[in-house]
Design a protein around this ligand. Sequence first.
Ligand SMILES: [Zn+2]
Length: 247
Amino acid sequence: MKLIDNLYAYLWPGLTMAEMQKYGNNCNSYIIATVLPGGKHAIIDPGQVVNETGQPCLDRLVGEMAKDGIRVEDIGLIINTHAHPDHYGANQTIKKMSGALVTISERDDKFVSEMMGQFSRQIEMMGIEVPEVGADFYLWEGQLNLGEGLILEILPTPGHSPGHVSIYWLTMKVLIGGDLIFHGNTGRVDLPGGNSRLLKESIERVSHLEIDYLLTGHQYGSPGIIQGEENIKRNFDFVRRNIFPYL
Ligand SMILES: [Zn+2]
């Protein structure tokens, strides 16, 4: 779905309890189209190939993109907000289809290896396959120049994971927040590497930005996109008042 200009949103269904049960977990994906050299696209958080309920997440994404005239073969860059498999699981498959480069923070890339080392026996016993992130270069705090004058600001926003980043597109006043903050809630801090103090600090940090579109990583029973400066401010206030005390 085209959101504004060359920004496209592909929201994983999950607005209602029935949808959440039917579709299971996957993240929202966002594309900034035709911005890279050669008219290629950047995708933020491609989600997973198939999720725990057997939903073909990547096939669905590719199908939705095709409706907008965006081919997966033309993806040139995969940006991950953080190293949870529901956000980066499809990295390597998309890379094989397109030759895209993958980028993530160094901290979260290393975090995956640390976790795999620490929990290798449990992971093996549970028969879980942890996909490879396969970073080609690392995201650092500051500007990421995609080309054609489009600059994204990379903001470290740890708390949900140690190396979580948010992506701020100043000229469009768009914040792609990954699992930092949702409509009426925050990202989880109870997973390995989570830290509630850091999450609160990260939310405070981005709450001062001018944001017209807050694009979140999931629709957990509430809209994945929060639109309008006032609504976004209200959401930050709500979370501060009603969620922070419990973190
Ligand atoms: Zn996550």
